[in-house]
Ligand binder design. Structure first.
Ligand code: ARG
Length: 450
């Protein structure tokens, strides 16, 4: 087993130290990107005259073989290796012999690892962004399919006023749209560099890093530059924190949406039916159909926030430049990316299959308390001061609960006692979900984005 260091040591590394310091068990995920980095690096070495054409070709074909093995899934790192960089170096030595020892010229794992995580993040961000867009289109579709459905709207989880169902979903479309922008911004802020070395740069001219235009470079839309400050390159992980923050905010939105659907699927609300294929049962209670997917989405929020806090706290107080603490940024980053990726996939399918129980929703809209504001607003439009109108309707509602009489069935004399303008005809016109949602005119007219 090759170590990338060892010359100055007179003793073998203690087994416990090896076990404690290795990262191969998780950074093997970065194998693909590490090899891309090495393929670009040998272009730079060739440009700089540090490799003969023959050496370059040998290294290139060795790396390409490793690349194939990675995509075929046959390159399985052995646990004894310290990290993915050492493992690939070892594989290359086995494939091409001594010339492999030139690969690490002007290179440090400190800049290699930043390049690898940035490449990985760019790939994952593109994938997550695509999944968000897909989920947004499913929510928009759900909204447009239910354009005429009204539901009770809630504040404090108490019935407030009728709202249009599509407005509800459109709110999430807006939130997810901002999440998408946040992630795209984080993507834009990723600055891919090569040539930082351990912390101070390398003896290769920066122009050589610029010139190393290979097929790999073309594939990377962000482009690769020599670092404007190598200390910054190797020592910061703000891009990781930015991604974890954007993912946490997205997760918070998904969790709130999940919570509403859990409530809506309960017998108490009974607004929706989640397809059987997206629910689970109870081992004891035969009647149960549980929304476990949504509960797990809600539950994962702690993990997402935790992952952000792990990296924030890990970075706090680290002296410049690289410190080994930073090895611990990967598990939280991988974890958050993978959780959100899975959630978006399963939620998209789950939402495609949600059915609205329109009849039940309609019954809930018969609750007259939902129209109290409409009744007060009517009086206000007839010049009654709002505070007064609020009190009048408040008293009317109190009377309704005490007497058990429905407002819509109250006699003219009863209504008149609260205010002369309240008549059976008027209250029956106002206690209507259609009238209520139509009367809200302050909202800008928007088209549903599909
Ligand atoms: N495994 C390390 C990390 O993930 C990269 C290697 C740098 N190690 C070092 N001893 N300089 O951050």
């Amino acid at each position: 087993m090759t170590k990338l260091w060892g010359g100055r040591f007179s003793k073998k590394t203690n087994k416990l130290v090896e076990e404690f310091t290795k990262s191969i068990q998780f950074d093997q995920k970065l194998a693909k990107y590490d090899v891309i980095g090495s393929l670009i690096h040998i272009d730079i070495l060739k440009e700089a005259g540090l490799l003969t054409t023959e050496e370059y070709q040998t290294l290139k074909s060795g790396l390409e073989k490793i690349q194939k093995e990675i995509s075929a899934g046959t390159l399985i790192p052995n646990p004894p290796f310290e990290d993915i960089h050492s493992y690939i170096q070892d594989q290359l030595e086995k494939k091409v012999g001594n010339v492999a020892s030139k690969l690490h010229t002007c290179r440090s794992r400190n800049d290699q690892i930043v390049f690898d995580i940035k490449m990985y993040s760019l790939d994952m961000l593109a994938d997550i962004e695509m999944h968000i867009q897909h989920f947004i289109s499913i929510l928009s579709e759900l909204a447009s399919k239910n354009l005429n459905v009204k539901i009770p709207g809630y504040t404090h989880l108490q019935r407030a006023m009728p709202i249009k169902l599509w407005f509800y979903f459109d709110a999430y479309v807006a939130m997810l749209g901002r999440d998408l922008e946040r992630l795209m911004n984080a993507e834009k802020n990723i600055n891919l560099t090569m040539g930082a070395g351990a912390l101070a740069g390398t003896f290769i001219e920066s122009s050589k890093y610029n010139q190393a235009a290979s097929t790999h470079l073309k594939k990377i839309k962000a482009g690769i530059n020599p670092p404007s400050n190598p200390i910054d390159t190797v020592s910061d992980r703000d891009f990781v924190i930015e991604i974890l923050s954007a993912l946490s905010i997205l997760q918070m939105h998904l969790s709130r949406l999940a919570e509403d659907m859990i409530l809506w699927a309960s017998k108490e609300f009974d607004f929706i039916e989640i397809d059987d294929a997206f629910c689970t049962g109870s081992s004891l209670m035969p009647q149960k159909k549980n929304p476990d997917v949504l509960e797990l989405v809600r539950g994962y929020t702690g993990r997402l926030y935790g992952n952000l806090i792990i990296v924030l706290v890990m970075m706090k107080g680290l002296p410049l430049a690289y410190n080994r603490d930073m090895q611990l940024d990967k598990e939280p980053l991988f974890d958050s990316f993978e959780i959100v990726q899975k959630e978006l996939q399963v939620l998209t399918e789950l939402f495609k299959n949600i059915k609205f129980k329109e009849e039940n929703i309609r019954k809930q809209l018969e609750d007259e308390s939902l129209y109290a504001t409409d009744l007060a607003d009517y009086l206000v439009q007839k010049r009654v001061p709002f505070k007064e109108a609020h009190t009048i309707i408040g008293k009317l509602i109190q009377y309704k609960y005490k007497s058990g009489e429905e407002i819509r069935n109250m006699r003219a004399e009863t209504l008149k006692k609260f205010h002369p303008l309240l008549t059976p005809k008027i209250v029956n016109k106002l206690i209507d979900p259609e009238y209520s949602v139509k009367s809200k005119k302050s909202v800008r007219k928007t088209k549903i984005k599909l």
